[in-house]
Design a protein around this ligand. Structure first.
Ligand code: FNR
Length: 372
C-alpha cells in the first residue's frame, strides 16, 4: 500500500510481515522462548491511564527535549537493532537519513550491517549519534571501537548488559543464516568461526564477553570521555549500582523481549527505580545527572508520554523503524517519525501539557503497575 495509507506504527509491522524476506521477518520479529515478555512490553502500557488537565491554552505545544545534553525534536531515540541489510539494501543508512530530517538521535549498533564509518559519514553536520556496544572478549578490539567512535563524534556509549548469552529466539533459529541473506560487514567478518545453522542471532554473537562485570566499569571510564549508559538494567538494585559508579544513566530494557523471557517491561521497572533511588539516594526524575531511559513495546506517543510522566528522560524504539525501512526505505522511517510527531502534538494538547516539563507523575494513574 502507498505510504500515505499508513496511519500508525503498527501498520508497518503488518505490511513488513507480508513483504519482507522470511529471514528478515524471523530475525526482526522474534523474541525469546514463548515471547511472553515481548507481549508484556505492550500490555504494560495498557495498564497505565491518563489524568489529563484542562483549560490550559493549548494553542501551541513544544515536545522538543534533550538526551545526554543533546537536542532532540521528541523524547524518543532510535534504538540499536542489528543487521539492517536483512530488510533493505541500504540497511542502517535509512535510519540515519530519516533521523537527520527529524532531528532524532540514532543509536548505532555494534552489529550494524553497514560499517560504522559509513553510518557516521551518512550523518548531516551536527546530527547526533550514539553507539551501542557489545563488549568483545578481546578488550583491545573494544577499546579500538570505543575510541574510534569518540573520535568520530559519537556522543554517548550504551553498553549492552543483558546479553551474556543471546536468548533463544526460536523463530530465528529455524532459519539458516548465510552471507546471501545478509550481504553485510557482519556476516563477512566472522565467516570462518561462526555457526550458521541456527539463525542470524546465534551466527553473529559468539564474540560477546559473558564475563563482563561491575569491576570492568572503571576501565571503560579510563578509555573514553563519552557518557556511559548501561542498556538492559532490570531492577532498582542494578540501577543504583550504576548511579553509585558514576554512570550517566541506564536503559531499563529487556532487549525487546529477546533475552530473558518473563523479564518485566521497562516501564514497570521504571516505577520501582524511581521509588527506590528516591528513597535511597534522594534522587528525583527526570534527572540531568543520572538519566533513566526505557525501551520495549513503544508504538504510540501516548506510550512515550506515560514513561516520561513516570520519570524517563526519553524512550527507545526498535522494531517499528526496521519494519518501516524494510518496506519503504528511508521514506518509511520518515513517515514513522512524522506519525509520531503528529501524535505528540495532539496528545500533548489533550493531556494539557505545553512542554515536556509539564508531563508530570500526576498526569498518569499507574496504580496497576509497579510496586503495590
Ligand atoms: C535488537 N536490540 C538490540 N539491542 C542491542 O543492545 N544490540 C543489538 O544488536 C540489538 N539488536 C536488535 C535486533 C533486533 C531485530 C531487535 C528487534 C532488537 C534491542 C533494541 O535495542 C531494543 O531494546 C528493542 O528493540 C526495543 O523494543 P521494541 O521497540 O523493538 O519493541
Amino acid at each position: 500500500p502507498p505510504l500515505q495509507e499508513i496511519l500508525n506504527l503498527h501498520d508497518f509491522e503488518a505490511i513488513g510481515r507480508q513483504i519482507m524476506p522470511e529471514k528478515a521477518w524471523a530475525y526482526y520479529s522474534s523474541a525469546a522462548d514463548d515471547e511472553i515478555t515481548n507481549r508484556e512490553n505492550h500490555a504494560a502500557y495498557q495498564r497505565i491511564w491518563f489524568r489529563p488537565r484542562i483549560m490550559r491554552n493549548m494553542t501551541t505545544v513544544d515536545f522538543s527535549s534533550s538526551i545526554l545534553g543533546q537536542k532532540t525534536s521528541m523524547p524518543i531515540y532510535i534504538s540499536a537493532t542489528a543487521l539492517g541489510k536483512l530488510g533493505h539494501p541500504d540497511g542502517e543508512l535509512n535510519l540515519t537519513r530519516a533521523a537527520a530530517k527529524h532531528g532524532i538521535i540514532q543509536m548505532i549498533p555494534t552489529l550494524a550491517s553497514c560499517s560504522f564509518d559509513e553510518i557516521v559519514d551518512a550523518a548531516q553536520p551536527g546530527q547526533t549519534q550514539f553507539l551501542q556496544l557489545y563488549v568483545n572478549k578481546d578488550r583491545e578490539i573494544t577499546k579500538r571501537i570505543v575510541q574510534h567512535a569518540e573520535k568520530r563524534g559519537v556522543k554517548g556509549l550504551f553498553i549492552t548488559v543483558d546479553a551474556p548469552q543471546l536468548g533463544r529466539r526460536e523463530k530465528d533459529m529455524r532459519m539458516k543464516f548465510d552471507a546471501e541473506s545478509d550481504p553485510s560487514e557482519v556476516s563477512k567478518s566472522g565467516s570462518d568461526k561462526v555457526d550458521r545453522s541456527q539463525g542470524a542471532a546465534r551466527a553473529i554473537s559468539s564474540f560477546i564477553d559473558p564475563g563482563l562485570q561491575w569491576s570492568d566499569l572503571p576501565w571503560f571510564k579510563s578509555i573514553t570521555k563519552m557518557p556511559l549508559i548501561l542498556k538492559g538494567v532490570q531492577c532498582w538494585e542494578d540501577a543504583q549500582e550504576a548511579y553509585d559508579q558514576g554512570l550517566a544513566g541506564v536503559v531499563l530494557s529487556n532487549h525487546g523481549g529477546r533475552q530473558l523471557d518473563f523479564a518485566r517491561s521497562g516501564v514497570e521497572v521504571l516505577t520501582e527505580v524511581v521509588k527506590h533511588l528516591g528513597e535511597q539516594r534522594g534522587l528525583t526524575f527526570p534527572n540531568e545527572k543520572f538519566q533513566l531511559y526505557v525501551d520495549g513495546g513503544v508504538r504510540r506517543a501516548t506510550d512515550v508520554l506515560k514513561a516520561v510522566a513516570l520519570g524517563a528522560t526519553a524512550v527507545g524504539i526498535g522494531r517499528p523503524f526496521i519494519y518501516a525501512f524494510s518496506s519503504y526505505g528511508a521514506e518509511g522511517v520518515d513517515q514513522a517519525l512524522t506519525i509520531l510527531r503528529d501524535e505528540f502534538e495532539m496528545n500533548m494538547r489533550l493531556l494539557g501539557a505545553k512542554t515536556i516539563k509539564d508531563v508530570v507523575p500526576a498526569m498518569v494513574d499507574a496504580s496497576n503497575i509497579g510496586l503495590h
